[in-house]
Design a binder for this molecule. Structure first.
Ligand code: F6P
Length: 360
């Protein structure tokens, strides 16, 4: 292995720079490779100056830094790309140009750090001859085949701190504070931070809720002398028989943007006579410095991705299982998206300590 490229795709997550640093250090120190950075996801392969040398000096000091020094893109799907043709917007498959551009660089491996969208594109490119190794990234923790993605722990810490802060003001004003959290169709951020931050109600996409059940919990707390409540709502949560709430629709290129369910819950709580406020934590969950755990995991993933590439493990993804970093086929990771196990110990524990999921 002589030439290796690294890119970051999809939404950013704390720990991306730690992976990039580990890839460069391992590739240079252990394998004597030349490493190249690719700007803004796969787009960099088609852009002027989009592929550039990354040496040890280039990754100095980036371990604790949020974001990605490479830039990223979350409309980087080369199989469906919006372009202007004759004054009109059309969606084209530009994957042929992309594969040709990558092959021209004579790379021995491309380490792709991304979530399910980027990893799916990578699997298809691998089938067309691009030597890809994947690293699972996302604050949502929804990539299959791995116990955890890097970025999740940092998001969790931020969400838990937000709940702690809302707790004191909720108590002072005798209010119901609703916190809307990210996670798309997976409720991991809301569930884990809700338990860690002492939420009274947790609403997640995997468990459709009833508004009446939410208010019943709030009322029960008041009757027991607690005149405030904390509700952690996943952006993808939906009422039983109802739909998820979106702030913007999707199309062939952009996925629809979730958002607004927190406001709906707060409005309902208010309408039932309990003063309520909503906080949408948004991209605060994705920004800033990674936790020690995310730096540790990201570093192990980056180094393992280089070792996997050196062993010719293309079309594979590094993953954490039983505290060991292993590698698995991308197809296995992407076969079933990871969701909260509604019968698992985490949900059972939450129910056991009196948290309501709004379903009973
Ligand atoms: O997948 C990560 C994530 O932060 C989701 O939790 C959220 O729904 C989405 O990305 C937001 O995407 P964007 O940054 O494009 O608004």
């Amino acid at each position: 292995m002589k030439r290796i490229a690294v890119l970051t795709g999809g939404g950013d997550a704390p720990g991306l720079n730690a992976v990039i640093r580990a890839v460069v250090k391992t590739a240079v120190n252990d394998f004597g490779c030349d490493v190249f950075g690719v700007r803004d996801g796969y787009d960099g392969f088609l852009a002027q100056g989009g592929v550039f040398p990354l040496d040890l000096a280039a990754v100095r000091g980036i371990l604790p830094r949020g974001g990605t020094i490479l830039g990223t893109a979350n409309r980087g799907n080369p199989f469906a790309r919006k372009v202007m043709r004759g004054g009109k917007e059309v969606v084209l498959d530009i994957s042929g140009d992309l594969v040709a551009a990558i092959k021209k660089l004579k790379l021995d491996a491309v380490v792709v750090i991304g979530g399910d969208g980027t990893l799916r594109v990578s699997m298809e490119l691998c089938e067309r001859g691009v030597p890809v190794v994947g690293v699972p990234k996302t604050i949502d923790n929804d990539v299959g085949g791995t116990e955890i993605t890097f970025g999740f722990d940092t998001a969790l810490m931020i969400a838990t701190e937000a709940l702690d802060r809302l707790h004191t003001t909720a108590e002072s004003h005798h209010r119901v504070m609703v916190l809307e959290l990210m996670g798309r169709d997976a409720g991991f951020i809301a569930l884990h931070s809700g338990v860690s931050g002492g939420a009274d109600v947790i609403l997640i996409p995997e468990i459709p809720f009833k508004f009446e059940a939410v208010i019943q919990k709030v009322r029960q707390r008041v009757e027991r002398g607690s005149h405030f409540s904390l509700i952690a709502v996943s952006e993808g949560a939906k009422p039983a028989g109802g739909r998820q709430v979106f702030s913007r629709g999707g199309d062939a290129v952009y996925v629809a943007r979730l958002g607004g369910i927190g406001q709906d819950v707060a409005q309902y709580v208010d309408s039932q006579g309990f003063e309520s406020r909503v906080t949408v934590l948004g991209h605060i969950q994705r920004g800033g410095s990674p936790t020690a755990f995310d730096r540790w995991l990201a570093t192990r993933y980056g180094a393992a991705a280089v070792r996997t590439a050196a062993a010719g493990g293309f079309g594979r993804m590094v993953a954490l299982r039983n505290a060991q970093v292993i590698d698995i086929p991308l197809s296995e990771a992407l076969a079933v998206p990871k969701r909260v196990d509604v019968d698992g110990d985490a949900v059972r524990t939450a129910r056991g300590i009196g948290i309501s999921f709004g379903d009973e």
